[in-house]
Design a protein around this ligand. Sequence first.
Ligand code: SF4
Length: 376
Amino acid sequence: MFTQIKEILIDHEVGETPLVARVLKNRGKIPYEFVKSSKIQNADSSLKHGKQLLWITRTPGGSVKPCPATNPPYLCCQYTTIHAMTQCPFDCTYCILQDYLENPLITLYADQELIFQEIATVQRGEPKRFFRFGTGELADSLALDALTGLSSDYIKFFNTRKNALIELKTKSAQIENLTELNPKHAVISWSLNPLSIIKKEERRAASLQERLQAARRCQDAGYLLGFHFDPLLRFKEWESAYCDLLHQLFDAVNPDRIAWISLGSLRFPPALKDVMVKRFPGSRILYEEMIRGQDGKMRYIRPLRVELYRKVSDWIREYAPDVFLYFCMESPAVWDAVFGGHPASNADLDFGFAQSIWERFRDEVDMDSPERMFYS
Ligand code: SF4
């Protein structure tokens, strides 16, 4: 199940923590060793090696932050990220973490109770906000859940919190720990791409079939679902591939249980191109017409992005007319071209999420009226 992990290294300073005890109980035959952090600093620093090692240590603090997002004019949804782990055992060719994170080791923080305290502090600091928190920005939320069991800790923590949802975002099918829990205040979400792209560009991640079956099981267990078409890619026959993917998605799940769907076309900092070419010389996804955007990231030229978004969003709307559909890191001009309007600001987009959850799911989410929260 987590065969990609070849060794577990444990910072001797956290050796007595409950999370380490749980990992050791779940590790099967994976060998482990207690080491000093100085040994880690001298370890093999290649990504290929790092993705096979699980390093458990203390959190450096500052684990709960606004999404690093991107610069204006691109709109950001004001998500709040939780760094419960960093790095990922999967190996997607386009993964931004290859360039973004200096540490190639999959790093799990043993003192999660400090992170929970940070979450409470962040919420106390802005009592008039409805928060969307997520652990899937610098890691895959569930890829190693059979080993860490972190999903249960987070779902139980958020069950009793008001005005907040936790999103666990994944390309795995590791949902065994979820199905017996109280699903309140949790959105389980999947990044999706057509099968041909999964095979070529999302190495070691679960197949499309496995992801959709896992989503269906989470729906049946009472969870809200999320889906992320990110990165949306242009390739030969992309139209039929995405059309077919949406048919399969809505065959598997009920649109009424989907909290949100995001669309984001391929984008990356220029430095990632060298890493991708070196690590994945066979990948063809870089060879479309791209420009350097105002935030410095490479992306398809605007007419290509608009065409991609228009078609995919129209197909989504056919199946799910009421779902909250948004762009990750897009300009107001693209929002206008595709949706006929754009949020007035990042805060307005954040408000839109809260409004949609209030209108569709207030019977199952403890929350105040967004109008009252934001405008009183
Ligand atoms: S699943 Fe996400 S975090 Fe993991 S390698 Fe792929 S893009 Fe990166």
